[in-house]
Design a protein around this ligand. Structure first.
Ligand SMILES: *[C@@H]1O[C@H](CO)[C@@H](O)[C@H](O)[C@H]1NC(C)=O
Ligand SMILES: *[C@@H]1O[C@H](CO)[C@@H](O)[C@H](O)[C@H]1NC(C)=O
Length: 181
């Protein structure tokens, strides 16, 4: 029984050896792979290089330095205090985040509306509203937040805008952050 098994194993192994002799196959595979890689590099898809935009870390976290009073419709909320801006996507003087490469991005923002007043803000991508917070202060200060995931192309511009003014936002507890997946 044991010897039968050994003979069977040897037969199988040799059969395999004959069929998939690694050398010619591997050579073909290497050549194929090389040409695929060269093609990809030529059209700019694959590049094992950490300085390339697709491999760069993109993450930011910013907040308000000043209260925002009576921001009008379509006003951009500019977050002046920068706690993190890895990859330099966010511009603190304009409030605009610019995508450095195509991909899926996650954004979230929190606003604190003044008592009795509103902060109706939206995530804006290239002037289009993508996601909304209806934040109405009522009898107290009200914090509101939202997370949104969007697919961006390189150079797309993203910011937090007022979709219905006036917006009154407290500088404390108001922030905006985002990162590329
Ligand atoms: C990585 O890319 C940068 C910019 O394209 C280039 O200057 C650099 O030589 C590349 N490095 C390697 C190791 O390919
Ligand atoms: C931010 O945007 C302003 C206005 O477009 C520009 O002058 C400035 O250089 C930008 N800052 C950075 C760090 O990119």
């Amino acid at each position: 029984m044991f010897w039968a098994f050994v003979v069977l194993m040897i037969t199988i192994q040799c059969g395999l050896c004959d069929k998939v002799s690694p050398k010619p196959g591997l050579k073909l595979f290497r050549e194929d792979y090389k040409s695929v890689e060269e093609t990809c590099l030529a059209v700019g898809f694959v590049r094992n290089n950490c300085t390339e935009p697709n491999y760069r870390m993109i993450a930011f976290d910013v907040r308000l330095k000043e209260d925002k009073r009576n921001l009008a419709d379509k006003a951009r909320v500019v977050f002046e205090t920068v706690d993190l801006n890895e990859g330099l996507g966010h511009n603190a003087s304009t409030g605009i985040f610019t995508a450095r490469s195509n991909g899926i991005y996650v954004f979230d923002w929190t606003t604190l509306a003044w008592t009795g007043q509103y902060a109706f803000t939206s995530l804006v991508v290239n002037n289009q509203l993508k996601s909304w917070i209806y934040c109405s202060g009522g009898q107290m200060y009200l914090p509101c937040s939202k997370m949104t995931i969007v697919k961006l192309r390189k150079e797309d511009k993203v910011w937090i805008g007022v979709y219905q003014g006036p917006a009154n936002i407290h500088r404390h507890y108001t922030s905006f952050s985002g990162y590329k997946l």
